[in-house]
Design a protein around this ligand. Sequence first.
Ligand SMILES: [Cu+2]
Length: 319
Amino acid sequence: MLPALAALSACSGVQSALDPAGEEATQVATLFWVMTVGGGVIWAGTVALALYASRWKRHAATEQGAGRLIFWGGVVFPVVVLTALLSYALWLMPSLRPFGGEATQGLRIEIVGNQFWWHVVYRRDGAEVVSANEVRLPVGQRVEFALESADMIHSFWIPALGGKMDLIPGRTNRLSLLATKAGVYRGQCAEFCGISHALMAFPVVVSEPAEFDAWLEARTRPAIGLDGSPAAARLFVDRGCGDCHRVDGTEARGTAGPDLSHVGSRLTIGAGLLPNDDETLARFIAHPASLKAGSRMPAYLDLPAAELAEIAAWLKGLQ
Ligand SMILES: [Cu+2]
């Protein structure tokens, strides 16, 4: 009973393919239920027949009668049922991968998978907004994704919105999603890519188009809190953080790590690892690998606590 309950509790919530909030995910969920019910009916029929056979008083069946049973029950029935289920699945396939064009209203999101974080670029009407480890989408608008990888094969999967698609080095894969319900969901890398693969997730925020537009527009400018602490901004560059991270409006121009231009406004840090606040930021910066094995960011255990707190507070202020 308990394992069954535990299994079922995974069927709702922010990362469930059975609790769809997008057009593609709804089709996947429908396909799942049709296949499950179809399989269930056949299973029940088989069990009923087996029970019937085990209780059946022996009486001679004619060879003709047995032949008829085998023909209808063993050939016609499975062929009809399997053809129907397969045709239904094949009929759904083209609509599960609808592509771009004018239907996407010009919003394109490029995702680059890295061990173990996501580089995210929004493009619309020539504007470019760089972010990381979080995806924001307008509700009711089709969005096109271009998926690439910088190292391993990763897989981009937002179960509540649609099916998964691999990120393959040297290739650009395309995916399109239409979110139908506003809310906060969770995406996850779905292809083993190294020791912290399981910790390579990201929040997905689906909001009303006007809210999304305002959010995107604000991201085209340097963060509000950029001048909050000139000392911390200086430290960030002097300590080499800027060699790997970009912060719009400063000298920090690195690309080996996530863009931190508006990191303070993200829901999580470390790709869905921890809630985003001063304390978790400081912990992550001091020793990423103790929170996330194999993390490509070096430890900063030699950084004085006061400097660490100052940098963390400044980053949290980058809204
Ligand atoms: Cu992975």
